[in-house]
Ligand binder design. Structure first.
Ligand code: HEM
Length: 210
């Protein structure tokens, strides 16, 4: 069945639309800019290292997501059949290893940051509890990123294992698995745009909109 996610351009446009919708929702929820004060000195050196580890892992994760969507998937259609195994047997499995562990590490450090900052509950409640634009916007980002991490571990990876022949599957199963993995990956590409906006938005955008 055709999906809007078959088009890379449509997926990116949907991501941008979702970003605008998210900003309007945050404006509707928030009645003041900053609810979660920055910890003294931004939380000290340990918090800074956690923030750095979070962004480093996040770049590895989202960098690979964009590599899959912008480079590998469009190239596969053009690569001659005898060369395809170089991608499916060597490049993709290695990229997927870094992809899923980077996702796990990003979530871990992200949860540490929100937990240590003391606003994780308000954020998960999308700011409806404290009405801060910052907790509302980071909440949207965290939920989008949690959905994306779920997709990586529980949809993309199990289906890619079948599609790439890492576990045995019939040709029909492989085709279905490849389609599922593709749609989940495109969903993540769409979500990555509002998600990153929200990550930056907590400290650098929230006070501009309320
Ligand atoms: C479930 C997953 C995630 C959680 C729980 C999470 C949580 C957070 C939190 C709480 C902050 C605010 C940190 C602070 O200012 O103290 C933050 C900032 C940030 N996050 Fe995430 N995040 C997640 C996923 C991601 C992903 C996938 C990326 C991709 C690169 C990312 C990139 C960033 C960036 C660039 C910042 C800004 C740091 C700053 O302005 O100081 N995050 N994240």
């Amino acid at each position: 069945m055709k999906s809007p996610f078959d088009s890379l351009q449509t997926t990116v446009v949907l991501g941008l639309v979702l970003t605008v919708v998210m900003v309007f929702l945050v404006m509707g929820i928030a009645d003041h800019g900053v609810g979660a004060p920055l910890p003294e000195g931004h939380g000290g050196i340990a918090m800074f290292v956690a923030r750095w580890a979070h962004v480093v892992s996040g770049i590895m994760w989202i960098g690979l997501l964009w590599y899959f969507n912008f480079v590998q998937v469009p190239s596969m259609a053009e690569i001659p059949a005898e060369l395809k195994p170089a991608v499916s047997k060597f490049i993709a499995p290695r990229a997927l290893w870094w992809f899923r562990w980077a996702a796990a590490s990003t979530v871990l450090f992200g949860v540490v940051l929100a937990g240590a900052g003391g606003y994780i509950v308000d954020a998960l409640a999308l700011g409806l509890t404290d009405r801060g634009a910052d907790t509302s916007i980071i909440g949207f980002g965290i939920w989008f990123a949690l959905i994306m991490a779920f997709n990586v571990w529980f949809i993309i990876w199990p289906n890619q294992k079948k599609a790439l022949g890492i576990v045995t599957a019939t040709d029909d199963e492989k085709k279905k698995a490849a389609r599922m993995a593709f749609l989940a990956s495109r969903t993540n590409l769409m979500l990555s745009l509002p998600m990153l906006f929200a990550m930056l938005g907590m400290r650098h955008f929230a006070d501009l909109i309320s």
